[in-house]
Design a protein around this ligand. Sequence first.
Ligand code: 13P
Ligand code: SF4
Length: 319
Amino acid sequence: MVLAEEKKSLIAEIEKWKKKRNAILLAHNYQLPEIQDIADVLGDSLALARAAEETTADVIVFCGVHFMAETAAILNPEKTVLLPDLEAGCSLADSITAEQLREWKKEYPDAVVVSYVNTTAEVKAETDYCCTSSNAVEIVKSIPEEQEILFLPDMFLGEFVKNETGRENMHIWMGECHVHAGIKAGQVDEVLAEHPEAELLIHPECGCSTSSMYLKSEGILPEEKTHILSTGNMLKQSKISTAEEFIVATEVGIIHQMEKQNPEKHFVAANPEAVCPFMKMITLEKVLAALKNNQPEITVPEDIREKAKLSIDRMVAIG
Ligand code: 13P
Ligand code: SF4
């Protein structure tokens, strides 16, 4: 933990180096509070991909995980994309390799591939459509109904999309994020019993999302108080809702932003242990070091980049 004075001077140094490098700081909603507080853009995966595409900065400091910085590098080959800690990976992105995907495609040669943005550039290069949690339903809906789909790598998001679209010809990879999968239906029930008036905000990657969808469809969980959303849309919902209390089923880092934007409302984590160790690797010290050294830089080989970009471009064109 850095002391208040030390923190202030670190932030001042970061600002100085940002100007020097003409850099922008993009941060995901799960980042440490002090990183969220200095971000130029804070958002979900889609918002950050869009910001990376639109920025006029020369350097993008990505405060998030490897696949996010890689997506920024795919979209911006002419810019320097820095990831302050190269160890900031993702258990979900690690759940499928390009080789495994190639083998899966051989089993379904006529299928199109829809990959969640939480994948490596090599996997995206084998993909037809990329998607994020905020547009996965829209992307799948845009694909002709009779077209078979391979959806990867998250099984809970896949089930959510299948349920929302009523699609039967969708094959789902059995991958998961260890943080979200650890948020179980039983835990949500317990918290809900303690806070019966609370609105429920659930990320579709959660282990509890499938049962919540079922309970919502059966009317056991009230329709107007149960929302399965991307992190960006969870933030929007917590703002526009008239509820005073919310149960948050996702990585707990987002609660900092919810409290900041809604000081009069109360937020309870469905599972306070849902902490992504990769997201928390990015610290103020590492951000400053990255700016000073202009590294670690994330680059993607041109042949992979070109193919991967097609799947991201298709996503951006749809939603
Ligand atoms: P979103 O922020 O796009 O909802 O994704 C969550 C996630 O998995 C980031 O790790
Ligand atoms: Fe990956 Fe899960 Fe961490 Fe998101 S929360 S970066 S999906 S491991």
